[in-house]
Design a protein around this ligand. Sequence first.
Ligand SMILES: NC(=O)c1ccc[n+]([C@@H]2O[C@H](COP(=O)([O-])OP(=O)(O)OC[C@H]3O[C@@H](n4cnc5c(N)ncnc54)[C@H](OP(=O)(O)O)[C@@H]3O)[C@@H](O)[C@H]2O)c1
Length: 285
Amino acid sequence: MTDSILPGIGPTIPLHDGTAIPQLGLGVYKVPEPETAELVAGAVRLGYRHVDTAQLYANERGVGEGIRASGLPREDVFVTTKVWNDAHGLDETRRAFDASMALLGIETLDLYLIHWPAPRQDRYVEAWRAMIALRDEGRVRSIGVSNFEAHHVQRLVDETGVVPVVNQVELHPHLPQTALRRANAALGIVTESWSPLARGRMLAEGSSDLEVLSAIGARHGRSAAQVALRWHVQQGLVVIPKSTSLRRVEENAALFGWELSVDDMAEIATLETGERTGRHPDDLG
Ligand SMILES: NC(=O)c1ccc[n+]([C@@H]2O[C@H](COP(=O)([O-])OP(=O)(O)OC[C@H]3O[C@@H](n4cnc5c(N)ncnc54)[C@H](OP(=O)(O)O)[C@@H]3O)[C@@H](O)[C@H]2O)c1
């Protein structure tokens, strides 16, 4: 099988702790566990070198199996998982980490994220202290956050002095998160785009989004999905599109070696509505 593995697709982006993250990853939210291993193995063979899962997704076992089945050495695939809101706390976060690692079946995790700040329960600083300890013990290489507003990040930095390496947030042309990206960058934090296709809404049949993206794609010989994803890549964002179809997984990786023009980017910017597909981080949990 090994000789049918394609080389890794796309560049890596340096993280401020000295590691690096592949700019393209496969998101596996809502991929049913029984389908996960085959999908992940297929994506790795196609050239994906980064998989984004979470305790919540209930498919970490399939992610680990898929990486092993791909035939590529474990260390060649960057694995992210996340601690869920019910496991914030020094002991709780450590237990959740152990459970995730047992399911993944790997020795060292590449990136561990706090999934949401869940500010009403106000325990994310404790979760962060647990993650700092796991990093110091060498069980995880890098630690970061997800769905953190700038003020949540600042609190972590003020109380622990440790800056997350990434902030994974909802980000797509409807919601470009300009201010948050600027705040992340000021601290050296790499922004990752979740739901880069707005959960597929940007590609809905008959939508004006699809019309705009398809017209731009026609000028480049690319699909609407590729145009939307290239918009992320061209701005230096890490992008983790999800598809359960290997054909679309392959389509979603053809993002390098071509460029959107300044006018294309400006046209995509007109799709901004501020609309979220998920909750606002201050309201969840
Ligand atoms: N940190 C967080 O709180 C958070 C929240 C949400 C998501 N995420 C991460 O971000 C990843 C991506 O987000 P997402 O899964 O919500 O949404 P997404 O990647 O924006 O969109 C996925 C949807 O688009 C469809 N799709 C994908 N590629 C397509 C293509 N080339 N043509 C047509 N349709 C296509 C998929 O359908 P098919 O599957 O049928 O192809 C699916 O319905 C997740 O899997 C997860 O890893 C993180």
